[in-house]
Design a protein around this ligand. Sequence first.
Ligand code: PBG
Ligand code: ZN
Length: 326
Amino acid sequence: MFKRFRRNRINPVLRDMLQETHVRKEDFIYPLFIKAGVNIKEEISSMPGVFQISLDKLEDEINDIKRLGLKSIILFGIPKVKDSVGSDALCEHGIIAEAVRKIKSFAPDIFVVTDLCFCEYTDHGHCGILDIKNQTVDNDKTLEISAKQALVHAKAGVDMIAPSGMMDGVIETLREALDANGYENLPIMSYSTKFASAYYGPFRDVAESAPSFGDRKSYQMNPANLREAIAESIEDEMQGADILMVKPALAYLDVIRKIKDTTSLPMAVYNVSGEYAMLKAAAKAGVIDYERILMETMIAFKRAGADIIISYHAKEVAKLLNGESL
Ligand code: PBG
Ligand code: ZN
């Protein structure tokens, strides 16, 4: 029996030539947290390098992102006032609508995605209008306001919307609302398979969106379920989603691969706040080679089937790909 495999690895040129998976700057969407107010640039203690920023600080931030060669961002808003229905998210002058208009005014070439949800805008911190009797969200009432939120973002000039609330029927609802209002070319990236995960902990600090009671288990998925994970994504494909997503990423590589093999749509992964915080903490403790672990993790997402990676590491990855040091 002859040997083959090692021969292909010994010469570095041949090894590189045969590399199957690549990480590119084009693969990334970088999250930004926009906070109402002025002169705010506040670092999150559990997520070093991640900031809440106000509208007046946006231009510098976008210039930095552009200089690194990144082209796409996803926006989250922290409004001044929260109420039971998340009114800020439904208003043409809400924090996200203002942010989109502002970014488009000085950087029309940046691809702007908006996260579509209500947990950052409601005083109770749940992802929609409450159903008090069942201690959860009222799915269908939330669909109505989701369509309104989508049109506010569309009018502001967003390039893609990303509904993250896991409401049943939301993709169909949004597609119909967009099409009926002349936005048939606006794509929808669905948070189609989103698990009820402890990995979102640091995000809820930065987005000030922790639920004031209960949890999100009635609308987010059970991490133990693979068949249901596939069904959720395929359901959104059938409702007209343009891009599917698995979230979180690192603990769910098998789910990414399985959905990738089941759909013909592009796939995104969300490398979430807890995953970021863990790498940062390990680096700070001096127990890992941070840069190598970072790139190995990104390659793993691509190898599992991701076309798009939403990551707080995007600027660092771009720097490393540019040959700059962190
Ligand atoms: C809002 C939303 C969340 C995240 C993205 N959009 C939080 C949640 O569902 O609790 C998590 C992102 C992260 O942890 O980095 N629905
Ligand atoms: Zn939410």
